[in-house]
Design a protein around this ligand. Structure first.
Ligand code: NAP
Length: 243
């Protein structure tokens, strides 16, 4: 089967590592990004260097028209879409819920929930010949992130429910839907927390004694997208060093 995969937030962090990992499995990849075109083009170059084809597509996943255009561009430039890595997401400044700004709450829900649903919906519409979706969740969904960002945790719990429900909806159509829940991973997302020492401050909580790498998350995503995971659907795989 030819793999044509849309990776949202493919320009940096976990998404970028996933694009490069999927290239090794021969996926043709639409590298979605919101604003950093240079980073996205670097990922495209990396995918091509690995022998696969790729295209960078600017698409804010919280905007319906952008999502439709992203899937259209992928299909036109690479072929019928068979995979989605629903990865684009944002964090939030740390603090208790009592101090949360309403605009910040809406922004996180807009990207992490509405964006993930818009992309999953479009995948469900176009994957008429079967396919696979991986939603990128977080251990926050089951830990709650008290005092940090309960709203972010709740947004990822919504992603887990999306995984479960859509997997059951699409199983008979040959579309598998799974999730990956990373713990703390070395990426630039932590800069959004406002804590310059975020990595050092969380490491004591991680049983494995270190943060994960984007490549370690990409391995799990690649497996769930692959035929090797043919009987896995509706599950969220925790990749979190024991967290
Ligand atoms: P990151 O390094 O900050 O990268 C975020 C990526 O998402 C970038 O490619 C960015 O595009 C894109 N993006 C952000 N908002 C977008 C939007 N509205 N529309 C389209 N693209 C958007 O983040 P990351 O750490 O790799 O996180 C990836 C996913 O993993 C997120 O869903 C996050 O919640 C989840 N996660 C991360 C961790 C962690 O510790 N890193 C832990 C658990 C879960 P630009 O380059 O154009 O800005």
């Amino acid at each position: 089967m030819e793999h044509v995969t849309v990776v949202t937030g493919g320009s940096r962090g976990i998404g970028a590592a996933t694009c490069l990992r999927l290239a090794r499995d021969g996926h043709r990849i639409a590298v979605g990004y919101r604003s950093n075109a240079h980073a996205a083009e670097q990922v495209v170059a990396g995918v091509r260097a690995a022998g696969a084809d790729a295209v960078a597509v600017r698409a804010d996943t919280s905007a319906e028209d952008d999502v439709l255009a992203l899937f259209d561009a992928a299909a036109q430039r690479l072929g019928p879409v068979t995979g989605l890595v629903n990865n684009a997401g944002i964090a939030s400044p740390l603090g208790p819920l009592a101090d949360l700004d309403t605009g910040e709450l809406r922004r996180v829900m807009d990207v992490n929930v509405i964006g993930a649903f818009l992309c999953a919906r479009q995948a469900a519409r176009v994957m008429t010949a079967g396919g696979a979706i991986v939603n990128v969740s977080s251990t926050a969904a089951t830990l709650g992130s008290p005092g940090n960002y309960v709203h972010y945790a709740a947004s990822k719990a919504a992603v887990d429910a999306l995984t479960l429900g859509l997997a059951k909806e699409l199983a008979a159509a040959g579309v598998r839907v799974n999730g990956v829940a990373p713990g703390f991973v070395h990426t630039e997302i932590h800069e959004q927390t406002g804590d310059p020492n975020r990595a050092a401050n969380v490491v004591a909580r991680i049983p494995a004694g270190r943060l994960g790498t984007p490549e370690e998350i990409a391995e799990a995503i690649a497996w769930l997208l692959s035929p090797a995971a043919s009987y896995a659907t509706g599950t969220t795989l925790r990749v979190a060093g024991g967290l």
